[in-house]
Structures are given as C-alpha cells and as structure tokens.
Design a protein around this ligand. Sequence first.
Ligand code: MG
Length: 222
Amino acid sequence: MLWDIDGTLLSSGGAVARTFLDAVEAICGVRPSPVGLDFGGRLDPEIAAMLVSAVAGRPEQVADVLAHFESLVASRQDALREHVRLLPGVLDLVSELAAADVVQTVVTGNLETVGRFKLDAADLVPPIDLSLGGFGASGVDRTAVAQIALDRLAAAGWRGSPDTCWVVGDTPRDLACARALGLRCALVATGRHTAEALSALGADLVLSGLTEAATLRAAWFS
Ligand SMILES: [Mg+2]
C-alpha cells in the first residue's frame, strides 16, 4: 500500500504550507501569494520552484528555500505537531492492513524530513515503513518517486506484481503516477477535490473518505 500523505492520511491545517511560504519569504525577501497556484500532488521541489518563480526569485534560490523549509519545520516541530490531524478512518484501516501483514509505505511529494515529521506526529510509524518510501526529492516527478518506492520494496524482498500494489491519494497526480507504473489507485475525496470531480478520472476506486473504505478492503483482501 503506497500512501500519499497530505489530504489522504492527515491534514496539517495549512500550518506546514505556511511554513513553506515563510521559507520563501526568508530566502527571496518577498512572501508569495499561493492563490491561483495548483500544488495538489506536486513534489516539494516543484512547489518551491513555483513559489520562487511567483516572487521573481532566482532559480538557484530553490535549493536554499528547501533547506530553509526543512530547518524551519525542525525548529517549529512542537508548534506544528499541534496542527497535524489524522483523517477519519485512517487509523482503523492502517491498523487492519498491518494486522494482515500488508507492507505499507508512502509515495509523497513531501521532503523526507517533513513527511517523517508529519507521520511521526500522527503516530503512524510504524506500521508505515518510511525506509521503503518515495519522497519529494527522490525523483524528478511523482512517477519517478513511486518507482523509487517500488525499487526499495523489491530490494527489501517484496515480490508482488505492480497490479497488486495500490496508490491511495487525493489528487489527479496520484492517479497519474499509478497509471504510469501499472499500479492500482484509490482516490479519496478528503483533500481539495470532491468525489464527483475525482470520479471522472477513472481510478479503480473513488472513496468519500477512508471511513468508507469497505470497497478498498474488499479489493485488497479478495
Ligand atoms: Mg495529497
């Protein structure tokens, strides 16, 4: 099970996103307006490039923004932890899969330190095994990030075929990376996209939320 993080497993209530804007402001001297920019399902390095561009910063500032973002998240972790909320149904489903010995990791646009902070704050590690995951700096796009997770799973001895592996996410980009690699995909409408909007995309499953995961359970355990 390859979990997306934001909008799928948990929400940080915008607090981590605001920290990203703080990092851009500190490095570039101008606070970007995120209005009108489409970040859903993008990798943190892509988001940094979009934000630096939005304030007419220089491309070489992107790496500095990412490094400063990581250091701000680390220095603010006590305050940020208060904002991290597991989404409904997540704990039950993750626990049920763990009890069935399903390998669970992440395919996320988050930088590894940031994704690890969020999942630790939500108390999901274990059963989610972050050593097998793909993160925002693992590849040039989300498909490459998912491929890294598959490579790590294979190196750890996982011998399943791609079509027994599910990506669970909340954006069209989660579906696109699954399709590119022959993985199955469940989309949940707990992020910014409605179930109606997600239903038009052709995922294997569309769920209103992980409290409604009976079809995912059935597909997984069949
Ligand atoms: Mg997401």
